[in-house]
Ligand binder design. Structure first.
Ligand code: PLP
Length: 401
């Protein structure tokens, strides 16, 4: 495929194929155990409840929910979400929240309303590949800031902001995934959250908080969402994909009224509205108190899988000198750093030959140069597959040493 085509717009010429989507094609190989995708466990989907509620809402208000809806989204769902946000310590009014066609659309809308070609976005390094893709397609320049076990290094972030100021450059926003980050699994600590907000205030910056995994905490206390620490400077994006199901493609965005109203106008041109039918189903699901139960069920299942994967890593990989991995307290992913000299990108095809797949770290690096890391998903594979898959991965690494 051509990388450059004079008929395309400059934005289209800047669009990059998602490595993960390409990799997911390979993971269809029979017998392959995939830790690559960010897929929820399908046996968690509440198929029967959704079937029953679908019939119920169709019978009750079929003529309304099969029609176009408002761009803001269906009001009963937004009201349920206000209550959910309230429990998280986020106090919002209806005009500060609207329904998006999942968080990937939220990322696109954010870029659409803030980014002019060449604008700078500060983000964690590594960061979510879909955000890199969305922001790049509006020709943003992403500057990745190193992380440690406490999340983004706020000292390094401030240095970068100052360095850019020295060149009369002002970043458009800071993009952050504070809880059980994709890909690293790391959670931003409270002191770092406060430092981040303080930097945003000091240097007049906006924060985009992407929170798909926040509610999937396996242990310990939640840290406050960034938006609850400063509701004027933070735009938050949430999704039903990981806490319920991704197939409805529904999420929500919350933040200052003015920014939300702008994002709604941007969404009008994209798809007019998110599907009213599936919104009605989730609103009813939430009204019946089923979402909390669903989240509890998912937490129990993923916690067991996280524990199992960590045990398998200890069992099969800990003999490798210099290897390390994160131990996330929630979410779907953990992150392996290989010993020096090993190359996760070069090793990938060998892994596929041995019927195991991961995502190489370079996909999550805004500069695309990181070769020493890989992301493993623990929500999708069964326990047996986790054991087998980690053994295969250990073989691949051993052979590459
Ligand atoms: C950090 C982050 N943001 C956004 C998304 C997009 O999810 P969705 O569009 O299904 O809500 C994902 C998906 O894995 C993600 O990890």
């Amino acid at each position: 495929m051509l990388n450059y085509n004079p008929f395309y717009s400059a934005n289209a010429n800047n669009m990059k194929k998602s490595e993960i989507r390409e990799i997911l094609k390979l993971t269809g190989k029979p017998g392959l155990i995939s830790f690559a995708g960010g897929l929820p466990a399908p046996d968690m989907f509440p198929v029967q409840e959704i079937e029953e509620i679908s019939g119920y809402v169709l019978e009750k208000e079929g003529k309304k929910i099969l029609q176009y809806g408002t761009t803001e989204g269906c009001q009963p769902l937004r009201e349920e979400l206000l209550k959910l946000m309230e429990k998280e310590g986020i106090h919002l009014t209806l005009d500060q929240l609207f329904i998006i066609t999942s968080s990937q659309q939220g990322l696109d809308l954010v870029a659409k309303i803030f980014i002019d070609p060449g604008d700078i976005v500060l983000c964690e390094k590594p960061t979510y590949v879909g955000a890199i893709q969305a922001f790049h397609s509006y020709r943003a320049c992403m500057h990745g800031i190193e992380m440690d076990d406490d999340g983004i290094k706020t000292d390094a972030l401030e240095e970068e902001i100052k360095r850019l100021a020295g060149q009369s450059k002002h970043p458009k926003y800071i993009y952050i995934i504070p809880d059980f980050q994709n890909p690293s699994g790391i959670t931003l600590t409270l002191p770092r959250r406060k430092a981040l907000i303080a930097l945003a205030e000091k240097y007049d910056l906006l924060i985009i908080e992407d929170s798909p995994y926040r509610q999937l905490r396996f242990e310990g206390e939640s840290e406050p969402p960034l938006i609850s620490l400063n509701s004027d400077r933070v735009l938050s994006i949430y999704t039903f994909s990981k806490i319920l199901l991704p197939g409805f493609r529904l999420g929500w965005m919350a933040g200052p009224t003015e920014l939300i109203q702008k994002a709604i106008v941007a969404k009008q041109a994209v798809d007019l509205c998110a599907p009213p039918y599936t919104q009605a189903i989730i609103a009813e699901f939430m009204k019946r108190g089923l979402l909390e139960k669903q989240i509890d069920k998912i937490i129990a299942a993923y916690k067991a899988k996280r524990n199992y994967m960590l045990n398998c890593l200890d069992k099969y990989l800990s003999h490798i000198p210099g290897i390390k991995w994160t131990e996330p307290k929630g979410g779907l992913f953990l992150w392996i750093t290989l010993p020096e000299g090993l190359d996760a990108t070069a090793m990938f095809m060998k892994a596929v030959e041995k019927n195991v797949a991961y995502v190489m770290g370079c996909a999550f690096d805004p500069e695309g140069t990181d070769r020493s890391t890989m992301r493993l998903n623990f929500s999708f594979a069964t326990m047996d597959e986790i054991d087998q898959g980690i053994q295969r991965l250990a073989n691949v690494i051993d052979e590459s040493m």
